[in-house]
Write a protein that binds this ligand. Structure first.
Ligand SMILES: Nc1ncnc2c1ncn2[C@@H]1O[C@H](COP(=O)(O)OP(=O)(O)OP(=O)(O)O)[C@@H](O)[C@H]1O
Ligand SMILES: [Mg+2]
Length: 181
C-alpha cells in the first residue's frame, strides 16, 4: 500500500509587486526539494490561458479567482501543494474558495503578503504603479481599485521587513505545523 500525500492549497493574496510570485516560487523549490508534488498557479499565466478574455472588473476578477480556486482544489485533493500567488482583491471571492475547499475536506491556507502600497509602488516590477500615476491605466488594485485585506489570514507576511528566504521559511513552518509538509 502506498502512502497518500496530503495536498493543500496555499493562496498568497496581496497587492501588485507585494512579492507573492517570488515567495511562492521560493517555497515551491523547497517543497520539491523535500519530495512534494507542487504546482504554482500564477496570476499572469492563468490570465493568458484559463482566464483568457476576462478583464479587471469586479465580476471578472471574481470569476478569475473562482476558476483558479476550482483548479487548485482539484490539484490539492490529489496530493499536490497548489501554490496560488494571485491578488484576489475581494474577501467574498476568497471566502468562496475557502468554502469550496472545506466542503471537499481539502486543506486551504490563506497567506496575506502584507507589503504596504508605498513599498509595492517602489518595487513596481511591471511598471503598473508608474503607469497609473501617469494616467495611462486605471483600476490598479490598492491604488484606484479596491483591495480588501484579509482580516484573519492563516499567516501574514511582512515582506518589507524580511527576506524572501525568511518569508518562505515562515510559510514552510506553517505547513509543517499543520501536518502538510
Ligand atoms: N522580502 C521580499 N519578499 C518578496 N519579494 C521581495 C522581497 N524583497 C524584495 N522583493 C522583490 O519584490 C518584487 C516582488 O515581485 P513579485 O512579482 O513577486 O510580486 P507579485 O506580488 O507577484 O506581484 P503581481 O501581483 O504584480 O504579480 C520582486 O522583484 C522581488 O525580488
Ligand atoms: Mg505575481
Amino acid at each position: 500500500m502506498s502512502v497518500t500525500e496530503t495536498g493543500a492549497t496555499v493562496w498568497l493574496t496581496g497587492l501588485p509587486s507585494a512579492g507573492k510570485t517570488t515567495i511562492a516560487y521560493e517555497l515551491a523549490g523547497r517543497l520539491r526539494g523535500d519530495g512534494h508534488k507542487v504546482e504554482v498557479l500564477d496570476g499572469d499565466e492563468i490570465r493568458e490561458f484559463l482566464s483568457a478574455g476576462l478583464g479587471f472588473s469586479r465580476e471578472d476578477r471574481h470569476t478569475n479567482v473562482q476558476r483558479i480556486g476550482f483548479v487548485a482544489e482539484l490539484l490539492a485533493a490529489n496530493g499536490v501543494k497548489a501554490l496560488v500567488p494571485v491578488i484576489a482583491p475581494y474577501a467574498d471571492s476568497r471566502d468562496a474558495v475557502r468554502k469550496r475547499h472545506s466542503a471537499e475536506g481539502t486543506a486551504y491556507l490563506e497567506v496575506h503578503v502584507a507589503t504596504p502600497v508605498e513599498v509595492c509602488s517602489e518595487r513596481d516590477v511591471k511598471g503598473l504603479y508608474a503607469k497609473q500615476a501617469a494616467g495611462e491605466i486605471s483600476g490598479l488594485t490598492g491604488v484606484d481599485d479596491p483591495y480588501e485585506a484579509p482580516e484573519s489570514p492563516d499567516l501574514r507576511i511582512e515582506s518589507h521587513q524580511q527576506t524572501v528566504q525568511e518569508s518562505a521559511s515562515a510559510l514552510h513552518a506553517l505547513l509543517t505545523e499543520r501536518g502538510l509538509a
